[in-house]
Design a binder for this molecule. Structure first.
Ligand SMILES: Cc1cc2nc3c(=O)[nH]c(=O)nc-3n(C[C@H](O)[C@H](O)[C@H](O)COP(=O)(O)OP(=O)(O)OC[C@H]3O[C@@H](n4cnc5c(N)ncnc54)[C@H](O)[C@@H]3O)c2cc1C
Length: 475
């Protein structure tokens, strides 16, 4: 079927289903076919904009009936590995969930929120907040990413340490399957031992097994107080000890533990002069520690002060300060959040979003740093991120005396070095962003034959015709 015939078929479908819309003009389709960094430029015959689960079912049935036609689900188009981008101008239909964006229900007594899959993460957070509850998933892309997307990538963010990833916050789900049937798994239950936990199949599936249309999400009581500390430390090992002490002394209430090296702080100082580093003396590493408490503010302050005093006594920290105001707290976070942008201004960056068990993070940092420094003199290791989750952005900035393009040509060599260490340590080559097309080959190198066969068997069982997002996640 040609693209023109496919569009004519879609047009006929829209007459039957007046609430279903589609775009075929190339300018109108562009925002759905390019991602925010312009790293992937896609092509599609059309972009469909369903407004109901019935519309999604109709699209799946259309794809089944038209030879070779496939559907690429899309949420907020903030994914970083190309999973949401279609690459076939003849046969691909991007299915944007943006119009299915309603918050449907909040059950405060059950601590649950029900929404459509296209609900913006920020709207879910705001709706929970209005009900005096917390939806604890928090990402820098939260104003654009959507619930179906965060579930399909099992997104993390800054509070995973305490609340888990997107998948851990899911209780119930509704999915349109490849035969056009709808699986209503919208059970708002915390306990349900009635067989396979099918909803987990769609977490991190990157749109390859079905289209998520609704979800029931877990809410939490809002913490009564939040305390942020910014500390200088000698090494990641000291950071690990500090994390464990802080967890014990806070009764498990550490919500963020972000590690930053001195070089990252220097980059922030260079490129974002409005940001003030709150410590007087320099340190080789820094930690942003956040403790949220179910008790009154004074209690959280007392406990954070005790944690820092204990850490000083045990020589775990070199210097440290607690945020005394909301403005200071925002300043601490803006340091952490400015690292990516500041690093970008330093030229080429070869990035790795990896994880190892938290206890082995110091060992990983030491091994990987040594290996890349031996491979290229002057390479600048900017390793920062969610140490509390064992997830680090192991980014490599170009040497100051090297051309950007020449450095970026080395990407494959450095990916190999870093990912081989990760494999040796039983870690993951993609802690947060998924596989998409960006890491397809690399993932195949690291997953065992047994695991790959299991994934292919699931794909074949759930999507035998290959209509959902072919070529992504698994080949
Ligand atoms: C500035 C910025 C900061 C970020 N920070 C983080 C971070 O801290 N942690 C993190 O984990 N990620 C982060 N990301 C990555 C990204 O925001 C997440 O991967 C997010 O979960 C993607 O959501 P989305 O709605 O934009 O999905 P999309 O990008 O639209 O899609 C992502 C994948 O999900 C599939 N999909 C989307 N909707 C559905 C659906 N309804 N049913 C089935 N499949 C679907 C797509 O096919 C695709 O494979 C960041 C991205 C940006 C741009």
């Amino acid at each position: 079927m040609s693209a023109a015939e496919l569009r004519a078929t879609l047009e006929r479908l829209c007459k039957e289903r007046p609430d279903l819309r589609f775009l075929s003009d190339s300018e109108e389709m562009t925002p759905y076919l390019r991602e925010w960094r312009d790293a992937y430029r896609g092509e599609a015959a059309a972009v469909a904009l369903p407004s109901s689960v019935e519309d999604v079912v109709a699209l799946v049935k259309l794809a089944r009936e038209c030879d070779g036609v496939h559907l690429v689900p899309q949420g907020g188009n903030t994914g970083l590995v190309g999973g949401q981008i279609a690459f076939d101008s003849e046969h691909a239909i991007t299915v944007s969930m943006a119009r299915m964006n309603r918050i449907l229900e909040i059950d405060p007594a059950n601590n649950t929120l029900t929404c459509e899959a296209g609900a913006l993460l920020a709207d879910v957070q705001a709706a929970a907040d209005d009900a005096n509850k917390l939806f604890p998933l928090s990402l820098a892309s939260q104003g654009s990413c959507r619930i179906g997307g965060v579930l399909s990538t099992n997104a993390g963010g800054c509070e995973v340490l305490r609340y888990g990833c997107a998948g851990d916050l899911l209780l119930g789900i509704e999915v349109v399957l490849s035969d056009g049937s709808v699986w209503d798994g919208m059970r708002p239950l915390r306990k349900d031992n009635t067989g396979y936990d099918l909803k987990r199949l769609f977490i991190g599936a990157e749109g390859t097994l079905g289209i998520i249309t609704r979800a029931v999400l877990r809410l939490f009581p809002k913490p009564r107080s939040l305390m942020c500390a910014f500390v200088g430390i000698d090494s990641p090992s000291a950071g690990l000890s500090l994390l464990r002490e802080a967890e014990e002394m806070s009764g498990g209430e550490v919500t963020a533990f972000e590690l930053m090296p001195r070089i990252a702080i220097e980059m922030v100082e260079r490129h974002t002069p409005s940001i003030r580093i709150p410590l007087e003396s320099d340190a080789p590493w820094y930690v942003l520690l956040e403790i949220s408490s179910s008790r009154e503010e004074k209690d959280a302050i007392d406990r954070t002060e005790k944690i820092l005093a204990n850490a000083f006594d045990k020589n775990l920290i070199l210097d440290g300060t607690i945020a005394n105001s909301k403005a200071q707290e925002e300043n601490f976070w803006s340091i952490r959040e400015s690292i990516s942008e500041s690093q970008k201004r330093e030229g080429g960056s070869i990035k790795h979003d990896v994880s190892v068990s938290v206890s082995r993070m110091p060992e990983f940092l030491e091994r990987a740093t040594r290996a890349v420094e031996e491979a290229l003199a002057g390479i600048r290791v900017v390793a920062f991120g969610h140490m509390g989750d064992g997830n680090i952005h192991f980014n490599l900035s170009q040497p100051t005396d090297m051309e950007r393009d020449a450095f970026m040509l080395e990407s494959e060599r450095f990916h190999r070095i870093v990912y081989d260490i990760i494999a040796d340590m039983g870690g993951s080559i993609s802690a947060e962003h998924g596989i998409g097309i960006a890491k397809l080959e690399e993932n195949a190198r690291h997953k065992s034959g047994v695991e790959q066969n299991l994934m292919r068997a699931l794909k074949r069982a759930l999507d035998p015709g290959g209509i959902f997002n072919p070529g992504k996640l698994i080949d």
